[in-house]
Design a protein around this ligand. Structure first.
Ligand code: ADP
Length: 163
């Protein structure tokens, strides 16, 4: 049984991420969603908040059989700890490619036992990112087509009370 790990900032999770999770679940009976504690981007939500928001959003999306975890440090160490075979990532427009390519090759140098697997974005989510959603929400725009309701509520609470 192949085990996969889908790492990311998930700051917060969007429908684009959820689409990748839904499709990855079909190939990998065991899938970990791994929220990175200290991404280089300084996150809007704490790691604990991101884990909670992600768990709730995936329940809302009706996707079962997942485990949401967090990690600090090297992804490959987390992947080893959880007995993963594959690392799942999503690819949007061209801009993702360079970064993902570099990460995948670096991870292969460090840990050749893991295969990086890429899922092409759905057309309707190809320009969707957590940062876009946050920007729209901060200025009072409607993000209901981009994130589940629970995420929308968390975003409003965090960003609209901050102003
Ligand atoms: P990171 O900071 O590790 O890139 P993100 O949460 O931004 O974390 O993204 C995690 C993964 O999900 C990345 O592989 C990214 O390309 C992918 N991803 C993010 N948004 C989308 C989307 N709309 N469609 C497909 N893949 C996406």
């Amino acid at each position: 049984m192949a085990i996969a790990i889908y790492p990311g900032s998930f700051d917060p999770i969007t429908n684009g991420h959820i689409d990748i999770v839904r499709r990855a679940r079909k190939l990998f009976p065991k899938l970990y969603i791994a929220v990175v504690a200290n991404p280089h981007k300084s996150p809007t939500f704490t790691v604990e908040e991101r884990v909670e928001i992600t768990k709730t959003a995936l329940i809302e999306a009706g996707i079962n059989g997942l485990e949401v975890i967090s990690y600090d440090g090297l992804l490959i160490d987390c992947a080893r700890e959880h007995g993963a075979d594959a690392i799942v990532r999503g690819l949007r427009a061209n801009s993702d490619f360079e970064y993902e390519f570099q990460m995948a090759l670096t991870n292969r140098d460090l840990a050749p036992e893991f295969e990086s697997v890429f899922f092409m974005t759905a057309k309707k989510y190809s320009f969707l990112s957590s940062s876009t959603v946050k920007e729209i929400c901060m200025y009072g725009g409607d993000v209901s087509t981009f994130v589940p309701r629970s995420v929308e509520a968390a975003l409003k609470k965090k960003l609209q009370t901050k102003k």
